[in-house]
Design a protein around this ligand. Structure first.
Ligand code: BDR
Ligand code: CA
Length: 310
């Protein structure tokens, strides 16, 4: 059983990633959800994380509030994708479970210090502010992390929020830079992969088919006619964040390569761009395993089957 902490800014696709993890109790133990500002401000990401836990019938999962803004920049949000409250689509009630009073950064530090080294995996699916803040405040925890499996960045897919940058990295490039330079084992799920994980109308219908509350909610969260659909030839919308959990459950669905990745933190034009040394031309040591291909049908089969358990 792998222990994970999901660091998240729900967010429609974050919600599906959390549900996939909670549906996979045979393989993953979710120690907590550490929330960060990203798709929507922190008060909404903490609210949405609890709405998702309650949807899954998991009020026992601690949900904590972390950083409310990036390390050195103003917060950029994505209501235009995820809706004003961050979870457009399903009609999920306001949460009744309380927010855990612990601070998310403190929780990351204390959990890693208390655990056997190499047993806790971090899964950041939003801006990396909480993780980088924890690493800065407690450098000793870096060596204790089993791995970091993050959604963010792009190689050939370039950007989705600017021509050069992917949203999670663009929102807090400084934090991404700290994490990538930390020496922790990092696996990156970039847009190159997630743009192949398109929710088509058939895949969307399959989510709803079991007739469960979770199935209907996921179908509503992943409307294939959503705003990003036009960019993908009207074929569907990308399901970014659940790919991280799928990698933990079924790595054979992906192809990967070890490369050096650096983040642009200086130029406004390309702020947050992930520069991936695909051909090893710089001589810089690899600092990340970058996923670059996915068996999309296998991924959706896995996701649909697991969500039907909830
Ligand atoms: C990432 O940005 C967010 O809007 C999504 O939740 C995902 O984590 C994709 O670029
Ligand atoms: Ca996200």
């Amino acid at each position: 059983m792998r222990q994970i902490i999901i660091d998240t800014d729900p967010g429609q696709d974050d919600a599906v990633a959390i549900l996939l993890a909670l549906a996979s109790g045979d393989a993953l133990e979710v120690l907590g959800l550490t929330c960060v500002a990203g798709n929507v401000p922190l008060d909404l990401t903490t609210r949405n994380a609890r709405r998702v836990c309650e949807l899954a019938g998991r009020r026992d999962v601690p949900v904590m509030a972390g950083c409310d803004r990036p390390m050195g920049r103003a917060l950029v949000t994505a209501e235009h994708v995820h809706g004003q409250d961050g979870l457009a689509g399903p009609d999920l009630p306001a949460p009744t479970m309380p927010l855990d009073p612990r601070n998310a950064v403190d929780f990351l530090i204390e959990t890693l210090r208390a655990a056997v080294p190499g047993t806790v995996t971090l899964v950041p699916i939003g801006p990396l502010t909480n993780i980088a803040t924890a690493f800065q405040r407690a450098p000793d925890i870096v060596a204790r992390v089993a791995g970091i499996v993050m959604m963010g960045g792009a190689h050939r897919a370039l950007g989705n929020v600017t021509p050069a940058a992917e949203f999670n990295i663009h929102v807090d490039p400084q934090a991404a830079d700290i994490v990538l330079r930390s020496g922790a084992p990092v696996t990156i799920v970039p847009l190159d992969v997630t743009h192949k994980a398109l929710v088509t109308s058939e895949r969307n219908a399959a989510f709803a088919a079991p007739g469960t509350r979770v199935g209907r909610a996921v179908a509503a969260l992943t409307d294939p006619r959503g705003r990003e659909s036009a960019r993908h030839g009207g074929q569907g919308v990308p399901l970014h964040d659940p790919c991280t959990i799928a990698w933990l459950l079924a790595p054979d669905l992906f192809a990967a390569r070890e490369v050096n990745v650096m983040v642009e933190t200086g130029s406004e034009l390309t702020m947050g761009m992930t520069v991936m040394d695909w051909w090893g031309v710089t001589g810089r040591a690899a600092n990340a395993r970058v996923l670059h291909d996915i068996d999309a049908d296998g991924f959706f089969d896995l996701l649909t089957a697991r969500l039907a358990r909830l």
